[in-house]
Design a protein around this ligand. Sequence first.
Ligand code: C2E
Ligand code: CA
Ligand code: CA
Length: 283
Amino acid sequence: MTREDKELLAALERALKAQHLHMFYQPKVRLRDGSLAGVEALMRWDHPELGAIEPSRFIPIAEEHGLIDDLTLWGLRTILRQWLDWCEDGIDTTIAFNISALSLQHLDFPDLVERMCRALEVPADRLVLELTEGATQPLVKLMDTLTRFRIKGIGLAIDDFGTGYSSLMQLRQLPFTEVKVDRAFVDDVPRSRDCRLIVQTVTELAHGLGLTATAEGVETLDQLHWVAELGCDLAQGYLISPPMEPGVLGVWKKAFRRAWPKMMTEEPLALWGDVEADALGER
Ligand code: C2E
Ligand code: CA
Ligand code: CA
């Protein structure tokens, strides 16, 4: 471990105690009508001296040095309490939580999550766990644990689908409820016929297996229109909203409902479709 990592790990342990960690939430909307389908919780760390530290920097350190379970438990407690706060404000939505495959190695973990939900009276089906396939942690090995979560009604999303180690086989074998099409494909959808084909094929496959298809990283109207046209059910990305503080979700929801019809009609399909009229061989 480098000295820098060591210092970061110690600081992360302190941050957990000192409440310098918090959660931001990014909405996922239904492409059918722009309604809120759920939010994804994303961990944030405000270091007193170094400023904001990205989760992609501190999560791997926590995973490697035994702090990930503490972060997972803190995260779960935080989002369940947040669900209650929103519920009081009239927003009953699902919350997706990114979970490290390492935290799933404990067989009793699904029971623990269920107990936490029960204790706070949060219905378990309002929770979705987002998982990524890693080189050292093939998800297939976690079949038992994943099945236990599903039996309890907790949703399971496969994250960053199509990159890294994710494979078609897992979609069939594991009890997922949602596939999140990686941002890399969504990014290139307006320019690349290949990417459109990939997004459409993954979406059709997801639907064939009874899963929801979510397009991640939607940043432009073009991408939004395309992923809707290609059949995705849900979209998430900076265009819809960057991750936000929980207190502003209600205001965002109202503003977005008003903005949605215009977003979908601003550049009609017929116009931008001309750029590559042969899209998917259908035009
Ligand atoms: P992820 O689960 O794939 O999360 C999506 C990341 O993309 C987030 O970065 C989000 O802020 C960013 N993003 C969202 N929309 C857009 C967009 O339109 N364009 C672009 N370029 N980026 C977008 P973030 O918050 O920095 O998180 C990075 C990764 O850290 C996450 O990737 C996830 O794997 C991990 N992570 C975040 N929070 C947690 C957590 O509570 N627990 C665990 N185990 N991992 C977490
Ligand atoms: Ca995720
Ligand atoms: Ca992702």
